[in-house]
Design a protein around this ligand. Structure first.
Ligand code: BES
Ligand code: MN
Ligand code: ZN
Length: 503
């Protein structure tokens, strides 16, 4: 999608839909002025409240305006970035529903609106553009019309260009926000696509391929360990989970190095289970299909590393992605099996459905040993228990470092991705003890997301600056309601925000 900034007067913009942001404060005078300037009927303002996300359409264009449709979109009080995000989501979503090809947004008063929101013009444009990407996102590539390359393309009905109209003096500042919002928006989209692809379209090899393609395109190094190398490294966790699978595992390393000396070395680890049936401890069949999203952590890591490379952040960032599916089979691991992980720590597999922690264990130890990073952050759709605790909109945050935890929390507030801290007290270690091995991969009924995090903590080699984010809830919106369901790209914007802060 092309997004550009222009200073062309709005009445001269050629567009299918001209969108005007309206805040509650502006509703009376500004909106009236706008409409009368365009010679449009003002009756519409009787019912329009300018709630963030509210959109109203006007037709019957006038001599004053070349756009065939005009939309007012509410940005609420316009006090927070959330208001702008909601506004962007709805107007972009509406543009897609209307099959509009070209959308123009009047941002002539962006400086005043930014000041009211206590944000810079750049941040506002950044947030707004990322919101436009999110709102226009649809996953339709598996519909027959798109799948069959020979059929005529439906391209003409797709939102292909957005132009933001600003005053001359703000062109440069707005543009730099647009560049950044576009990168975050498109990396989020990549993550969502990967999450939405089902297991028969996305296996471990495909995750490796997606990373390699991104690395080639944006100039960072990608190394893929295949089964042989994973075996010789002794990654017993990843191999154990893969035992029942028809397709081999991969371990992908995305390595972005800036020009010059990096300000810090950051390791990002993402769970890449392309489909989680539970294995021999098989899951109930109801909604099992949603477990195609069990590689959302991996998708987010791919998105963040690509964004960091495209933004040329002055950090050395290593993405580590262990990938496999989790299948039942005669060759699959059994409950009760004892495996030896990459670290040498032995694990009794109480439940083959607690597979995420087994593959992450290997990746965390490898990250810590091999790269000696300043920070390790892992993202994983790790436990249903985290959804029970926090619901579908909030991720669980676990960290052995208060400063890091707070920085992640703050970054999430900025980007509208909510995380909530959970404890890592040693009292929970009791629950993951095993009679026969060093550890058990199951912790019993209570505090399931905490015992999973405690398990991971054993594999970071005493690293002092680690965070684990359980994204089981917010990474995937189950079917229902009128919203766009499926992968959300949760964590991409938040981690990019965090990395920018460290830059
Ligand atoms: N991938 C699941 C967790 C999950 C559940 C993610 C629902 C998203 C939505 C994970 O591998 C899993 O199965 N965890 C088990 C752990 C248990 C067996 C200790 C769980 O949460 O039930
Ligand atoms: Mn599982
Ligand atoms: Zn899983």
């Amino acid at each position: 999608m092309k997004i550009s900034v222009t200073k062309t007067e709005i009445d001269r913009l050629v567009t299918d839909l001209l969108a005007l942001p309206i805040s509650k404060g502006d509703l009376k005078k500004e909106a009236e002025k706008l409409l009368s300037g365009l010679e449009l009927d003002q009756k519409v303002l009787k019912d329009f409240k300018a709630d963030a996300g509210e959109v109203v359409l006007l037709y019957g264009g006038s001599g004053k305006c070349s756009a065939s449709r005009i939309a007012l979109f509410g940005v609420g009080e316009a006090k927070t970035l959330d208001d702008w995000r909601k506004g962007a989501l709805s107007i972009a979503s509406r543009a897609v529903e209307l099959k509009v090809a070209k959308l123009a947004v009047d941002f002539s008063s962006i400086d005043r609106l930014a000041a009211e929101s206590a944000q810079s013009v750049e941040t506002l444009a950044d947030t707004f553009v990322a919101g436009l990407f999110a709102g226009s996102y649809r996953f339709d590539r598996l519909k027959s019309g798109k799948l069959d390359k020979k059929k005529p393309s439906e391209k003409k009905t797709e939102l292909s260009g957005i132009v933001l109209r600003v005053e001359d003096a703000l062109l440069v500042e707005t543009e730099s926000g647009v560049v950044s919002g576009k990168i975050v928006g498109s990396c989020q989209k990549m993550a969502r696509d990967l999450v939405n692809l089902p297991g028969n379209y996305l296996q471990a090899e495909d995750i490796a391929k997606a990373a390699s393609e991104s690395g080639k395109k944006y100039g960072y190094q990608v190394t893929v360990f295949h089964k042989k190398e994973i075996e010789s490294l002794g990654m017993g966790g990843l191999l154990a989970v893969n035992k029942g699978s028809f397709s081999p595992p991969t371990f992908t390393i995305l390595d972005y190095k800036p020009e010059g000396k990096p300000k810090a070395v950051i390791a990002l680890v993402g769970k890449g289970v392309t489909f989680d049936s539970g294995g021999i401890s098989i899951k109930p069949s109801e909604n099992m299909g949603e477990m195609k999203s069990d590689m959302a952590g991996a998708a987010t890591v791919l998105g963040v590393v690509e964004a960091a490379a495209r933004l040329s952040l002055p950090l050395h960032i290593i993405g580590l992605v262990p990938a496999t599916d989790n299948m039942p089979d005669g060759k699959a691991q059994n409950p009760g099996d004892v495996i030896t992980t990459y670290s040498g720590i032995t694990v009794e597999v109480g439940n083959t459905d607690a597979e995420g922690r087994l593959i992450l264990a290997d990746a965390l130890t490898y990250a810590s040993e091999k790269y000696k990073p300043d920070v390790i952050i892992d993202l994983a759709t790790l436990t249903g228990a985290c959804i029970v605790a926090l619901g579908y909109s909030v991720a669980g945050l676990f960290s052995n470092n208060d400063k890091l935890a707070d920085e992640i929390f703050q970054a999430g507030l900025q980007t509208g991705e909510k995380v909530w801290r959970m404890p890592l007290w040693d009292l929970y270690d009791e629950q993951i003890k095993s009679d026969v091995a060093d550890l058990s991969n199951t912790g019993g009924r209570g505090a399931g997301s905490v015992t999973a995090a405690k398990f991971l903590e054993k594999f970071i080699k005493e690293h002092k600056n680690w965070a684990h984010i359980d994204i089981a809830g917010p990474s995937f919106t189950p079917k229902g309601g009128g919203k766009v369901n499926g992968g959300t790209g949760f964590g991409v914007a938040m981690l990019v925000e965090l990395l920018k802060k460290w830059s």
